[in-house]
Write a protein that binds this ligand. Structure first.
Ligand code: SF4
Ligand code: FE
Length: 484
C-alpha cells in the first residue's frame, strides 16, 4: 500500500498502542477523543487530497527511491518544482483545514536527514545514509505520518546540554551496545506527535565535543516501550467537548496539536540510528531542517490566512460595511501581506539547489526571510480581521443561548445584521475569526507563527550569517570611488 486515504489513516492510528495523557489521565481511545479528533481530521486531509484526482498533481509525487507514486508528504524533493509544489500543497491544506495539518515536520525532517546522513557517511564511512534510505522506503510504502522532532525542553538556556542540572533536559544517549542505543529525555512542543505513526528525532542545536551524547538522530515507532506523550492545552479547547457542530468552536472539524514526548530508556536498534555522536553534523542537520520548515510557513500560514481574509470579508458583509472604503482597504492590506508570505515561500523554493545526496534544499537566506516575515504578518492580518469583525466576536453569547427557549429569540433579535442576512451565519463567521486569532487554531496561526520553526532571533542569526554584508560594502565602495 503506498497511498492511504483519510479513513485508512484514522484506522491505522487505532492499531497503535500510543500512550497519551490529557488532563492528568491516560487516554484509552485518543482517536475518538473530542479534543484530539479535530487534529486527526487535519492530518487525514493530507491523505484524502492525495487520493482526490483534482489534487493528485500537487499532493502526490513519484518517489526518487522506488519510482512509485507516493504522498508528497513522504517525498524527497527532486527539483525546484518539487519544492514549489510542496509550498502550494501546504497553502491548499491550510485553506481546507484552517489549521495546522501537522504532517510537514516529518517531510522536512526526511529531507534534512537524507542529505546530512549522506555527508556523514562520506566523512566517516558509516552506514547512516543506507539506514535512512531503507527507512524512507518503509515510510513511503506504508504512507506513514512521522513527527519530525527537534526541540528539546532546554532548561537553562545559558548552558549547553552537558552542563545542565538535569542531564535529560536535552535528549541523550545513555547507553550504546552491540544491538543499538538507549535514549532518555524529551522533545517539547511536538506538532502532530500523538497523530504520528513514528518519530524522527534530530538534535536541537549545534553541539560541541562535550555534548556528543546529545548529537543523536533516529526513528522510532510512536508506541515503542518507554515513550509517552502529554497533550498540550489550547485556548478554548474544552469547547470541543460541547458536541460536534458546536458553533462556539468556530471550526469544530479541524485543529492542530502539540505534545510533550517523553523518552524513558527507549531502545533504538542500530538500523534506525542516523547520527550517533558525530557532533559536528548536529548544527548542519538543524540548519537544514529549520530551513525547510521556515519555507513551509510560506505555504501553510498563507492558506490559513486565506481563510481568515475570507472570514473577515464575510464579517464585513454580515455587518453591512462591505462597501466602506476603509474596509476594502483593510482587506487589500491583508491580501498584500498574505501574498508577500507566499512570495517568500515560492522564492526560496525556486532558488533551491541540489545537495550532494541528490535531493533539493531551499535557498536558506530567503527561507529565513520568509519565516521572519511570518513572525510579523499574521499578527497584522489578525489585527485587521479583528478590526473588521468588531467587538461582538468576543462578547457574543453561546450557541446554548441562541438555542434556549428563554433567550434564543432575544439573541436573534439583537444580534441580527442587515436585512436578508442570517443571524446564525453571522455568529458562525465571528466564531471562526475568534478561533483563528484567539482560539485553538491561534496556536497554529499566531503563536506558532512566532515560535514554530525557530523563534525570530534564530532567523535573524541566519540572515546575518548569509547576508554577504562585506560584498555589499564592496559594491558601495566601488561606486563611491573608494579603493580600500
Ligand atoms: Fe505544517 Fe504549518 Fe503545521 Fe508546521 S505549522 S506542521 S508547516 S501546517
Ligand atoms: Fe510548525
Amino acid at each position: 500500500m503506498s497511498l492511504m486515504n483519510g479513513k485508512q489513516y484514522i484506522e491505522s492510528l487505532r492499531k497503535l498502542n500510543t500512550k497519551v495523557y490529557l488532563f492528568g489521565k491516560r487516554v484509552d481511545n485518543f482517536v475518538d477523543h473530542p479534543m484530539i479528533r479535530p487534529s486527526i481530521n487535519s492530518v487525514a486531509m493530507t491523505y484524502e487530497l492525495a487520493c482526490d484526482p483534482e489534487y493528485q498533481n500537487l499532493c502526490t509525487a513519484v518517489s526518487g527511491l522506488t519510482g512509485k507514486k507516493i504522498n508528497r508528504f513522504c517525498h524527497l524533493h527532486q527539483s525546484q518544482e518539487d519544492l514549489m509544489k510542496k509550498v502550494k500543497m501546504q497553502r491548499l491544506l491550510g485553506q481546507k483545514t484552517g489549521s495546522c495539518f501537522q504532517r510537514c515536520v516529518g517531510m522536512d525532517a526526511f529531507n534534512a536527514v537524507y542529505s546530512t546522513t549522506f555527508e556523514i557517511d562520506e566523512k566517516y564511512g558509516t552506514t547512516y545514509h543506507k539506514n535512512f534510505v531503507d527507512y524512507m522506503i518503509y515510510v513511503q510504502e506504508q504512507d506513514l505520518t512521522v513527527d519530525g522532532a527537534m526541540t528539546d525542553p532546554k532548561g537553562d538556556r545559558s548552558l549547553p546540554p552537558s552542563r545542565q542540572e538535569d542531564p535529560d533536559i536535552y535528549l541523550r544517549i545513555v547507553e550504546k551496545n552491540k544491538d543499538g542505543i538507549i535514549v532518555n529525555g524529551a522533545k517539547a512542543h511536538q506538532t502532530g506527535a500523538v497523530n504520528s505513526h513514528e518519530h524522527l528525532i534530530m538534535p536541537t542545536a549545534a553541539m560541541k565535543e562535550d555534548d556528543k551524547a546529545y548529537a543523536v538522530s533516529f526513528a522510532v515507532p510512536s508506541d515503542a516501550p518507554g515513550i509517552s506523550m502529554i497533550y498540550g492545552r489550547q485556548s478554548c479547547d474544552t469547547r470541543k467537548l460541547e458536541g460536534t457542530g458546536c458553533m462556539d468552536c468556530g471550526n469544530c472539524t479541524f485543529g492542530g496539536q502539540e505534545a510533550l514526548v517523553v523518552f524513558d530508556h527507549v531502545f533504538i536498534p542500530w538500523n534506525r540510528v542516523f547520527l550517533c555522536e558525530e557532533y559536528e553534523f548536529a548544527g548542519i542537520l538543524v540548519e537544514r531542517f529549520a530551513g525547510y520548515h521556515r519555507q513551509s510557513y510560506g505555504g501553510c500560514k498563507v492558506g490559513v490566512g486565506d481563510v481568515l481574509i475570507g472570514a473577515a470579508a464575510c464579517a464585513a458583509d454580515y455587518n453591512g460595511v462591505q462597501k466602506a472604503m476603509h474596509i476594502k482597504d483593510k482587506l487589500i492590506e491583508m491580501i498584500q501581506l498574505n501574498e508577500t508570505l507566499y512570495s517568500c515561500g515560492i522564492a526560496c523554493s525556486a532558488l533551491g539547489t541540489e545537495t550532494a545526496a541528490g535531493n533539493y534544499q531551499i535557498d536558506n537566506l530567503l527561507a529565513n526571510v520568509c519565516k521572519q516575515n511570518v513572525t510579523r504578518f499574521p499578527y497584522e492580518i489578525s489585527r485587521l480581521a479583528e478590526d473588521i469583525a468588531g467587538g461582538l466576536m468576543v462578547t457574543m453569547p453561546s450557541q446554548a443561548d441562541f438555542d434556549s427557549p428563554e433567550t434564543g429569540e432575544i439573541c436573534k433579535k439583537y444580534f441580527k445584521g442587515p436585512k436578508g442576512t442570517d443571524v446564525m451565519e453571522r455568529m458562525k463567521i465571528l466564531r471562526l475569526i475568534e478561533n483563528i486569532t484567539l482560539g485553538a487554531a491561534a496556536v497554529g496561526y499566531r503563536t506558532e507563527s512566532m515560535h514554530g520553526a525557530g523563534s525570530p532571533q534564530a532567523q535573524r542569526i541566519m540572515i546575518s550569517r548569509q547576508s554577504g554584508l562585506d560584498e555589499k560594502k564592496r559594491l558601495a565602495k566601488k561606486l563611491a570611488g573608494i579603493n580600500t
